[in-house]
Ligand binder design. Structure first.
Ligand SMILES: [Fe+2]
Length: 205
């Protein structure tokens, strides 16, 4: 974490920062259902596919079908289907199923509400809308793979430029964990008290 803070404060002239999201990829066990969902429910274009008998980057002999779905800005969501791959193990805690997610941006809060209606009408179970402290307005649901998706609109136009506050939060969290550990209390209980004493929670999921 110290490293993250140091990197964040390095001069921009020496810092290399990625340009944009190219793709984020997950494993699917049903590429047909996945393609139906992303093309017909999520309205994305079928962007590209790759078929291989081994993984180019590692040489692993996993035959696979790789598929990309394109959003309006050119960024993509991608999947791999590898025949014969065993089911993914159940996570050790339900928090993994909530916190691991990908958020897709809508054009307005009204559009988030339209997504809610569209998804519900298509039999997709939707959680929300949730207003995260006036920062973002979001709904949550799952794709056919169980991947948690969020459709969001940033009601605070500066939502991703709160750098100073974020640095403070990072330090508060690091020091809080240290204090909690030193107190010898159960970690999550100690952190709940610490957050309450601070009086401001940050939106997370
Ligand atoms: Fe999120």
């Amino acid at each position: 974490m110290d490293m993250a803070v140091e990197k964040a404060s390095a001069p921009t002239s020496v810092r290399l920062t990625p340009l944009m999201l190219n793709h984020a990829a997950w494993v699917t066990h049903d590429v047909e259902a996945t393609a139906d969902f992303y093309m017909n429910i999520m309205g994305m274009e079928l962007a590209s596919t790759v078929i291989g008998d081994s993984v180019p980057s590692t040489g692993d002999a996993f035959p696979y079908f790789h598929i990309f779905f394109r959003m309006q800005d050119g960024s993509t969501i991608a999947f791999f289907e590898a025949p014969g791959l065993p089911e993914r193990p159940e996570p050790s805690h339900p928090a993994y199923l909530i916190f691991d997610h990908v958020a897709l941006q809508a054009g307005s809060p009204e559009e988030v509400d339209r997504w809610h209606e569209w998804l519900t009408n298509n039999g997709v179970e939707v959680v929300g809308p949730t207003d995260h402290d006036g920062l973002i307005y979001s709904i949550y649901f799952k794709d056919p793979n169980g991947l948690r998706l969020e459709i969001t609109y940033p009601t605070d136009p500066e939502w991703n430029r709160h750098t100073d506050r974020a640095r403070d939060d990072l330090l508060f969290w690091k020091e809080g964990k240290q204090k909690a550990q030193q107190s010898g209390r159960e970690m999550s209980e100690a952190m709940v008290d610490l957050i309450a004493s601070r009086g401001r929670a940050s939106p997370a999921a």
